[in-house]
Ligand binder design. Structure first.
Ligand code: MG
Ligand code: MG
Length: 261
């Protein structure tokens, strides 16, 4: 898959897909509570996609290594699960953290954004991990500036995360995005600011730091999808779709206030 620079019209369309993603997040954030199942979150996403005339980027996504296609509309990853958790009967408990990854296709373009939510009251150290990962995302978005090298984005994540004593997951990362969910380039969460492709205005990227309260190593569960920390420490995942601009990454999946309805 080639790296593609989008024109203003394409970026506008990606912003519209991003609005659908943001609306799903707002509704989930409002609803999330101890006792809900991850499958109920998936139902909310399915319904919002339908209302918006969009489809999930993830549903039926082909699995690797003999895994079945992805069965959910969103990914829900709880506690030590980092990414690609499958929504289902699991009931969220007070003190859990749940990473919700939402991808939507609208009029042929993708938006992709993940957020880690607290379920009820969470321990202070978990809350700090969430804040750190969100901050790492903002720093990386800022680094997605025209004329920088791609390594500046990963460096922004890694340098901040290391200062906070966080594990930085290296086996997964962000990606170019547009007509395909995964386009070139791969966007690592580590790097040297002087290395990597030159960032041009209109390059659209999904930037997605995954930080842990422990080590950086991962393993995949027997379902073929769910990626967990090898040491069982909790993880957080924050992601925005952005368009590279001279002012830094322009966020195409901006957060909305939680929706009350
Ligand atoms: Mg995502
Ligand atoms: Mg992504």
């Amino acid at each position: 898959m080639a790296m593609t620079i989008k024109n203003q019209d394409e970026i506008r369309k990606m912003g519209e897909a991003g609005q659908v993603v943001a609306l799903i997040h707002a509704r989930i954030e409002e609803a999330i509570a101890p006792g809900m199942t991850t499958g109920e979150l998936d139902d909310m996403a399915r319904e919002t996609l339908r209302e918006a005339g969009a489809i999930s980027s993830f549903l039926h996504y082909p699995g690797g290594h003999g895994a079945p296609p992805f069965p959910g509309h969103i990914c829900t990853s709880v506690n030590e699960e980092i990414v690609h958790g499958i929504p289902g009967k699991r009931r969220l408990r007070d003190g859990d953290v749940v990473s919700v990854d939402v991808g939507a296709i609208l009029a042929g373009y993708h938006g992709d954004s993940a957020w880690t939510y607290a379920v009820g009251r969470i321990p202070d150290d978990a809350a700090q991990l969430l804040r750190d990962t969100e901050e790492a995302l903002y720093r990386a978005v800022e680094a997605a500036t025209t004329g920088n090298r791609l390594g500046a984005v990963g460096h922004a994540v890694e340098s901040f995360a290391r200062r906070r004593g966080r594990g930085v997951v290296r086996e997964y990362g962000g990606h170019g995005i547009g007509r395909q969910m995964h386009e070139e380039p791969h966007v690592p969460n580590h790097g040297n600011p002087g290395r990597g492709v030159l960032l041009r205005s209109g390059l659209t990227l999904a930037i997605e730091p995954m930080l842990t309260a422990g080590g950086e190593h991962t393993k995949t569960l027997a379902d073929g999808w769910t990626v967990v920390t090898a040491d069982g420490s909790i993880a957080a995942h924050f992601e925005h779709t952005v368009a590279v601009s001279p002012q830094g990454g322009r966020v195409l999946t901006p957060r909305l206030a939680p929706v009350l309805e």
